[in-house]
Design a protein around this ligand. Structure first.
Ligand code: ADP
Ligand code: ZN
Length: 436
């Protein structure tokens, strides 16, 4: 297979060269931030670190962390490193876990971000021969604008659909022969389900690849989407605080995402102690933006839990890889003292032949945590007798218990009874929080 790169020199650079490049950029960036962001200067002063103490990436650990709480404290302008006259764009987080955070971009920042998305599209096989349908939300959310810019840079014919209006998505996809679909994995699953209901077989669907991210999704979910749409599904990762999607992207090997480490320097830390962990250890991902001008966060704690690896990749890229994040540390549920990631439940459901349409409800009854999982049946599965369904619920509960170590109550519910997602899926309802 011919490998294509968008910026070959960077994407295949030797590790030593990359580290040298990162070190040079880091020195400059620390100075830029220290001189222009009083909020971060204070944090550095409190820690007794001066810009001249940072001479390369080996000194990164000396710098203070930034957290989402800092971003909220400094809202809206407190972390801005350029005059507003130099900024051309504002984007904002989806607010999944609290008050929104706003991020600023200069034209150079937008360009670099779009380059990152272009690398992802090319890695997924995209070129100027492709029609790229972008069904991430447009607007303040970074998904639509980021991939839109990347798609232009690659020269794809870009369909800026935004999310929602699934009928129209399908009409444009089929009438205009879209070859690449970009959206959240939960929306891709919904589009696939709708196509299937309309009688489309995978081979009738013009798509060849999908670039899906912005939320956690499992390998099982990937396989299910790939089968339904007849495509290869690539993961893409990013967050508004570091620009948006394209911080990391998957290649043909599909074993984790290459981090665009010429722009984003990654570390893994112990979320409890802040200690930097060796490569290959699971922990919280921390990013330092090396090139961003307007909103250059240093050592930003993402709260995403994953592992980094420099194992050689068959695609020829030398960029370090991050494993699929298991979910954010704040997505983790503690149920009867056991740590539970919703993705673990998703894995069991799909392995057992159920759909990714499910809802997890956690509550407290008689001082005990309860875990209820509602799983939607397909119309075929639903035609079973009530007795069969009860047996299936038991079987599924036992499979989930094996995975998590705690007993859930499973509810198999009728087709179409669980709301579909057009953006980031909300699958967990923690009712315990309502009682606090
Ligand atoms: P919010 O924090 O409000 O959701 P963002 O839209 O900036 O705002 O979302 C960024 C977050 O989305 C990341 O920190 C991560 O938790 C999640 N995310 C993005 N891409 C992926 C992915 N490919 N896999 C898992 N999680 C992802
Ligand atoms: Zn690769």
């Amino acid at each position: 297979m011919v490998q294509n790169y968008y910026q070959k020199e960077i994407e295949t650079m030797s590790v030593e060269e990359m580290k040298k490049l990162q070190s040079e950029k880091l020195k400059k960036q620390v100075k830029h931030v220290y001189e222009n962001v009083p909020y971060y200067k204070n944090l550095m002063d409190e820690k007794g670190v001066k810009p001249e103490d940072v001479n390369g990436i080996e000194d990164l650990h000396k710098l203070p962390f930034l957290t989402k709480a800092d971003l909220r404290d400094a809202y809206p302008y407190g972390l801005l490193a350029k005059p507003l006259e130099d900024c051309v764009r504002i984007q904002s987080t989806s607010g999944t876990t609290g008050r929104r955070v706003v991020a600023f971009y200069t034209q150079k920042d937008v360009d670099l971000w779009e380059d990152c998305c272009a690398r992802a599209i090319v890695a997924a096989g995209g070129s100027n021969k492709d029609v790229c349908q972008i069904a991430y939300g447009y607007g303040l959310f970074t998904g639509g604008p980021g991939l839109n810019g990347g798609s232009h840079k690659v020269g794809c014919l870009t369909l800026p659909m935004s999310s929602g209006n699934t009928e129209r998505q399908i009409q444009f996809m089929t009438d205009l022969s879209a070859t690449i679909l970009c959206c959240t994995p939960s929306y891709a699953a919904y589009i696939g389900e709708t196509l299937k209901e309309q009688g489309y077989k995978p081979e009738d669907i013009p798509l060849k690849a999908g670039i899906f991210g912005a939320e956690p999704w499992t390998e099982e979910m990937r396989r299910s989407i790939e089968e339904t749409l007849g495509i290869k599904a690539y993961d893409i990762y990013g967050l508004t605080e570091t620009s948006g999607p394209g911080v990391a992207f998957e290649c043909s090997e599909q074993t984790g995402m290459h981090i665009n480490e010429d722009h984003f320097l990654a570390e893994i830390i112990d979320p409890d102690t802040g200690e930097v962990l060796p490569e290959g250890t699971k922990g919280e991902l921390v990013f330092t933006a090396l090139d961003k001008e307007a909103f250059p966060l240093l050592r930003y704690r993402t709260r995403d839990i994953c592992v980094l690896s420099r194992k050689k990749c068959s695609c020829g890229r030398t960029l370090i890889k991050m494993a699929k994040p298991m979910g954010r540390s704040d997505d983790m549920l503690i149920i009867r003292g056991v740590n539970v990631f919703p993705s673990q439940i998703e894995t069991v459901l799909l392995e057992q032949g159920y759909t990714p349409n499910y809802r997890i409800e956690v509550d407290r009854a008689n001082n005990n945590d309860t875990l209820d999982v509602y799983v939607e049946l397909t119309s075929d599965q639903f035609s079973d007798t009530v007795k069969d369904i009860a047996i299936k619920e038991k079987e599924l509960a036992s499979a989930v218990k094996t995975m998590l170590g705690i007993n859930p109550k499973m509810h198999l519910v009728p087709p179409k009874s669980i709301a579909r997602s057009e953006g980031k899926a909300v699958r967990v309802v923690d009712k315990r929080k309502l009682h606090d």
